[in-house]
Design a protein around this ligand. Structure first.
Ligand code: ATP
Ligand code: ATP
Ligand code: MG
Ligand code: MG
Lengths: 256, 256
């Protein structure tokens, strides 16, 4: 019943955190019981939801250190159907320790086992890389959702990630599949968008979501106020797009 | 004589690679003998300069595996005064091995020792993190240049990096200093820019470069053609800005 979706791309700044936070919030608005898990030591998901360090009791860092069970790292949010596990990797020593423990690729999978029955969706925000903790996330996941910002680097990143997903399927998680590719920060009528869209449709057409996420300053503005954009400015085109993306995913599973 | 500058910020997608490539190219246009070193396994610097895998004979990956000296990983570019060392970490196994060897923080410093006499500037492109290879880069560097894109995440990233630089100064490289903070993808008159600029001036005013790098699609467009934007479209505002940034750095050292 529980679908675990990793939001992943080895390229930085493509909208992984923005998509993880707002997709999770949109699923919660649709009254799907949702858990957002931040595996990026940088901790941008916590910033997006207004969780300052004082408000965090424990996070993935403590779960990986085996000092806390996942239950103790779960925080309630202002959305009834959304819970949150921050990364809380908040020191240089913890970052080193976290990346060492993450070499064991089943730690996250085992940690999430206990909460499968509770949630409809678990959304995992990943850092921009393809080893260690991201191997953990993909090993624990049902599927992978790739946000892509138009440009040559992001397209190359998709090709690399497709290969990596095949590798994870072979060594750790045979049932892993590609949930889809969503275009983020979309700006119509630029040459970059034209080239990227043509290439995406050529190579990955069947994976492309119908929904595209438009570029809108409200997203970046909302992070200063510790609110996901779907709560900060619900009528904006970008909020509507994230709600649409959530329904596109919900309806896909309904058909099954 | 040789200045080694790491282009670094633990946040993804802020313009590290774009700044590393175009600053190095601008220094070369100013006839400073420059070496660009890519330490990011993703390899975006190579993409920016049109180095496809077939054209790469060796990179940082081989230097860290001790199969090649740095000399053998140096590639000529179309600019007379610019040489390039790609990352060439081009498999999952190599990525794992690379990050293990990078736990020894002096590998890069020792590798660069042999070429100090040859270059005026060595520019190091870093991945968006703060351990392993980035510890290597900061241990090997004279200074750190931080590109920042307006927004809450990038501002938090600066605070984290300042702390990390203090840590590196304490344990490995006491003479490391902050070269400066450069605003990238700058768009005037948005609330995000207003809040960010105010906060940057309040907290880091003495570190801010006079030069800001404007947002211009030409940057992303240029990556499809394997050319740094200062060669792809030399008259654009973004190319002029990178040339200006190079002269701001050159003149700073001239005064010393
Ligand atoms: N639709 C959008 N419109 C405008 N800005 C956006 C949009 N989505 C994301 N951004 C901005 O782009 C920047 C990068 O987004 P985000 O941090 O979500 O990417 P990421 O892939 O998680 O980055 P990292 O690789 O560092 O984890 C942020 O400043 C964010 O506010
Ligand atoms: N001045 C600019 N105007 C418009 N787009 C830009 C500018 N600078 C960079 N970009 C684009 O923003 C994206 C991110 O830039 P870049 O890859 O250089 O960042 P990065 O910090 O190196 O990312 P990573 O963290 O993944 O290494 C790229 O698609 C690039 O083309
Ligand atoms: Mg992120
Ligand atoms: Mg980069």
């Amino acid at each position: 019943r529980c679908k675990i979706i990793s939001i992943c791309l080895p390229k930085g700044g493509v909208g992984k955190t923005t998509t993880a936070v707002n997709l999770a919030a949109s699923l919660a608005v649709a009254e799907k019981k949702t858990l957002l898990v931040d595996t990026d030591p940088f901790g941008a998901s916590a910033m997006s939801l207004g969780f300052t360090p004082e408000r965090i009791k424990a996070g993935i860092s403590e779960v990986f250190n085996f000092t806390h069970s996942l239950d103790h790292a779960i925080h309630k949010t202002e959305l009834e159907y959304l819970d949150f596990v921050p990364s809380n990797v908040n020191s240089i020593q913890r970052d080193d320790r976290f990346s060492k423990i993450a070499e064991n690729r089943v730690v996250l999978k085992n940690a999430l086992r206990g909460v499968h029955e509770v949630y409809d969706y678990i959304i995992i925000d990943c850092p921009p890389l393809m080893r260690g903790i991201v191997q953990n996330a993909l090993t624990a996941s049902t599927s992978v959702l790739m946000p892509v910002r138009c440009g040559h680097f992001a397209l190359e990143a998709i090709a690399k990630l497709f290969k990596y997903v095949d590798y994870i399927k072979e060594i750790a998680n045979p049932s892993l599949f590609i949930e889809g590719i969503v275009m983020t920060m979309y700006e119509a009528n630029t040459k970059v968008t034209e080239i990227s869209e043509r290439e995406l449709k050529l190579r990955y057409n069947k994976y492309l979501f119908k929904t595209t996420i438009p570029r809108n300053h409200m997203v970046t503005e909302s992070t200063f106020y510790g609110k996901p954009v779907i709560l900060y400015n619900v009528n904006s085109n970008v909020s509507m797009a994230y709600l649409e993306l959530a329904y596109e995913i919900i309806n896909k599973y309904r058909e099954e």
